[in-house]
Design a protein around this ligand. Structure first.
Ligand SMILES: *Cc1c(COP(=O)(O)O)cnc(C)c1O
Length: 373
């Protein structure tokens, strides 16, 4: 028996800021100099923290951001030069026209009445067009009605593809054709159709601006092989206890796993409260050093069990680091076997583990303040 008392240690979600910058530069090289790469940092930068991510992107040369709503816009506006463009995907909220004007924020107007209001009252006119996603956006009829009522040409028109991660899906072409036809009616100064995956659909989809979220954070939605993006997060947790389990004994809730021999089991301090999917129980594997260890039993709120039987004894100690996501364990793989998508996984982990930086960052002190150093 160990003599010291174990203290549960927090899992570590390590963020590589230089990888975010590298991914931004890579996207730029793919779209060429006639197309701008804008960063989508909604949902607190996909869970990783706008405070960490936005300054890195600024430094990399990004000057257009998309956020989810007014609250997120205000969170970054005061820290950014007024020349930096901030677009709000939620459109006009609470009739906050004065706020948009004062802080130079551009709501993406996807309703006719909002579009008309923005055209009359705001310095920046951004339209959302509905081309086949059935979420927000002006329909063809509304685009015509807008044209009829408003003389002003939009600064930007955007639409969103439903199937961009599948290059042979004919929906892409259909949405693109509709987008082009709608833009011909309202004649926006700039056009944007592509999110991350559509960058790989080719130049026909790039227009003036691509809106990259996932790809900046290393998620390879388009499934490009080999993955040209640098992974941004790694996830580690620590062994809280090592136990011997006899053949036939049950491990965890619902006895969903039974030892098939005498086994060494590690109880690892990471559960669904920290964002590990419950559906990862009995299906994912982790790494301890270079040794693979399968997760056994269900994921609990704060813990999960792994089979250490084939891991050298010297690594089977309390406090030992266990890798869940890393160079040999891509987040895409965990998402797939756990029947979710990498974006959901990233957001849950980011919101529930305290992100830490993989390397110190010297030139943006407010970043360090935001994470406590
Ligand atoms: C989330 C979002 C994006 C970014 O999507 P990714 O696939 O993560 O790059 C772009 N445009 C709109 C309208 C979005 O809602």
């Amino acid at each position: 028996m160990p003599t010291h008392t174990y203290q549960k240690r927090e899992p570590e979600l390590q963020i590589d800021l230089s990888a975010i910058a590298a991914n931004f530069h890579h996207l730029r090289s793919l779209v060429g100099s006639n197309t701008e790469v804008a960063a989508v940092v909604k949902s607190d930068a996909y869970g990783l923290g706008m405070n960490l991510v936005v300054p890195v992107l600024l430094e990399a040369g990004c000057h257009t951001f998309f956020v989810a709503n007014l609250r997120e816009a205000m969170q970054i506006r005061t820290k950014l030069a007024s020349s930096v463009q901030i677009n709000i995907l939620a459109g006009i909220e609470d009739n906050a026209l004065d706020v948009y004007r004062t802080y130079r924020l551009a709501p993406v107007c996807g309703r006719l009445e909002d579009a008309i209001l923005a055209a009359e009252k705001l310095p920046e006119l951004v339209l959302g067009l509905e081309t086949g996603f059935s979420r927000f956006g002006l329909t063809f009829a509304q685009v015509r009605a807008f044209k009829h009522r408003v003389r002003r040409e939009p600064d930007l028109a955007i639409s969103h593809l439903a199937c961009a991660d599948d290059p042979i899906d004919t929906t892409n072409r259909l949405q693109r054709d509709r987008f082009v036809a709608m833009c011909q009616i309202v004649n926006p100064r700039r056009r944007s159709l592509a999110a991350s995956a559509a960058v790989w659909l080719g130049q026909n989809y790039h227009f003036n601006l691509v809106r990259a979220g996932s790809a900046l954070f290393g998620l390879n939605n388009a499934g490009v092989e080999p993955n040209p993006l640098r992974p941004v997060v790694q996830l580690f947790a620590r062994i809280a206890e090592v136990r011997a389990v006899h053949c036939g004994e049950a491990v965890g809730y619902a006895a969903s796993f039974r030892a098939t021999r005498s086994m060494r089991i590690g109880i690892v301090a990471l559960g669904y409260a920290q964002g590990l999917p419950w559906s990862a129980g009995n299906v994912i594997a982790v790494l301890i050093g270079a040794h693979k260890a399968p997760v056994v039993g269900r994921v609990a709120m704060e813990y999960v069990a792994v089979d250490l039987s084939d891991v050298p004894a010297k690594l089977c100690t309390e406090g030992q680091l266990v890798e869940f996501i890393g160079p040999h364990l891509p987040i895409e793989t965990m998402a797939k076997v756990a029947h979710t998508i990498p974006q959901e996984l990233l957001i849950r982990l980011g919101a529930n583990c305290r992100p830490t930086l993989r390397q110190p960052c010297h030139d943006a002190p407010w970043i360090l303040a935001a994470t406590g150093g």
